[in-house]
Design a protein around this ligand. Structure first.
Ligand code: NCD
Ligand code: ZN
Ligand code: ZN
Ligand code: ZN
Length: 450
């Protein structure tokens, strides 16, 4: 396709780079039957067909919904020394395949994203390989200087594993290092995300795993998150909340004015302990899958509009690693390619209003982490678009683009498929097939988002 053609030609019809036509557009909280024109990476027109300009490339969106580019705020793209599990190309291609235009990469890599040097290394690797937009969360930095520097470089926030020895001892002894980090985050308006579990003891099988990672250890950790947010005034985000009671505490704190948000994952909504017992390591994740009644209650909060974000916690490992004994098998489920199909199926079945799906997967992620010009469809906004088609198919992990070709959702029938994924006007997914080259995506830095 010819790029960078001059947009407005005197005396002739204006020609833009791209247009999407015949779709049901989620536009200003309503459905508009029409199309979208895109030029130079931005949306230039939303409207009925006759009002759209000519375009170099036209995508037919018949039987499709056109949504703002979805944002997954919890993704482990791995790479570097963990590239055997996933790398920036396979991970972001999986995002494109799953309908995500923008992802937030987690810092628990080797080396971890907790110093300016390591962030630069990661951003360099990602720049050459990513096919969607990638932002970074930093891990707990060794020094305050590192933290300040990471903010300057443009991370979207910090991520802290509460169970990490350093932090855990810190929490009981007044959490000096953590408070320092929260103060820096507050100063710059960044959010600190927490893996909220405070466990003790060891496990060797599924039952002892569930005992060690029990409900109470998550509830206690979530209470600590809320306390830290209150104490420091920093924005706090709780990752993958799996316990209804813990979610309720966050909702209550929010009502009282505490700046705390939370996400839930599709696997905690749609799977339970029973799946873990049936599938073993394939369904092993942290926090663990919980009781059926708990999952139902969590889903009720989603439908009640009380949950902030749905994130996949895409946590890829190799099939070989998952075949180790239950104790040795690493926790984590790949979710980039199942999240939208599962959730949009709920929309089609009438279990979840479309406006909530868009709020949970695009609007709130954009607002909460500060992805400016993203999360909604509007003239002048970034041309990040997710087009999803009504089509019946079965989830088959062998077809995943992710290196992690396993899933506890294997065989599940879904009613929707990501059809086109448009990142800054570039079509990286075409009729459900990848049409992207490594490096076509972009690294997002919070400081100068356009
Ligand atoms: C994640 C991973 O594999 O990095 N695993 C998981 O079970 N969720 C880590 C995490 O998000 O806690
Ligand atoms: Zn142009
Ligand atoms: Zn986690
Ligand atoms: Zn995670």
């Amino acid at each position: 396709m010819e790029k960078s053609r001059n947009c407005v030609q005197e005396g002739s019809e204006a020609v833009v780079d791209l247009k999407l036509v015949n779709g049901s557009i989620f536009f200003r909280r309503k459905i508009l039957e029409g199309g979208i024109a895109v030029d130079n990476g931005y949306i230039v027109k939303v409207g009925k067909e006759p009002n759209l300009p000519e375009a170099d490339l036209t995508l037919d969106c018949t039987d499709c919904f056109i949504l703002p580019g979805l944002i997954d705020v919890h993704v482990h793209l791995r790479d570097l020394k963990l590239s055997y599990k996933e790398d920036f190309f396979t991970g972001t291609a999986a995002a494109a395949k799953g309908g995500f235009t923008t992802v937030l990469d987690m810092p628990n890599t080797i080396p971890p994203t907790n110093t300016p040097e390591n962030l630069k290394l990661k951003a360099y690797e990602a720049r050459g390989r990513a096919v969607v937009e990638v932002g970074f969360l930093a891990g707990l930095p060794p020094t305050e200087k590192d933290a300040e520097e990471l903010v300057k470089l443009g991370v979207f926030g910090f991520k802290v594993y509460m169970d990490n020895k350093e932090v855990k001892t810190d929490i009981s002894s007044g959490s000096k290092k953590l408070k320092q980090l929260l103060n820096i985050a507050k100063k710059h308006g960044l959010r600190v995300a927490f893996h909220a579990e405070l466990t003790s003891g060891d496990y060797w099988d599924i039952n002892s795993f569930l005992t060690v990672h029990n409900e109470e250890c998550e509830v206690k950790a979530v209470e600590t998150c809320i306390r830290l947010a209150k104490l420091t005034g920093a924005k706090v985000h709780v990752c993958h909340v799996s316990i209804f009671k813990a979610a309720e505490k966050i909702i209550k704190a929010k009502r009282e004015g505490v700046n705390v948000t939370f996400e839930v994952t599709p696997h905690h909504l749609f799977l339970t302990e029973d799946d873990l017992k049936k599938l073993g390591s394939i369904a092993k994740t942290l926090p663990p899958l919980r009781k059926p009644e708990n999952a139902r209650q969590l889903y009720r909060l989603v439908r009640g509009g009380l949950v902030d974000i749905i994130a996949s916690d895409h946590a890829p490992h190799t099939t070989q690693e998952k075949k180790e004994s239950f104790k040795e098998a690493p926790p984590g489920i790949p979710g980039l390619e199942t999240t939208l199909p599962l959730l949009f199926t709920e929309v089609i079945k009438g279990n979840l209003p479309l406006h909530l799906l868009v709020r949970l997967l695009a609007q709130n992620p954009a607002v909460i982490y500060g992805f400016k010009k993203r999360g909604y469809i509007e003239e002048g906004g970034r041309a990040n678009l997710t087009v999803v088609k009504r089509v019946r198919w079965r989830i088959n992990p062998e077809d995943f683009t992710s290196k992690a070709r396993y899933s506890p959702f294997k065989g599940v029938e879904v009613l929707a498929k990501p059809w086109f994924t448009v990142v800054s006007g570039r079509v990286v997914l075409t009729k459900g097939e990848l049409t992207c080259k490594p490096g076509e995506g972009a690294i997002l830095l919070r400081k100068n988002l356009r």
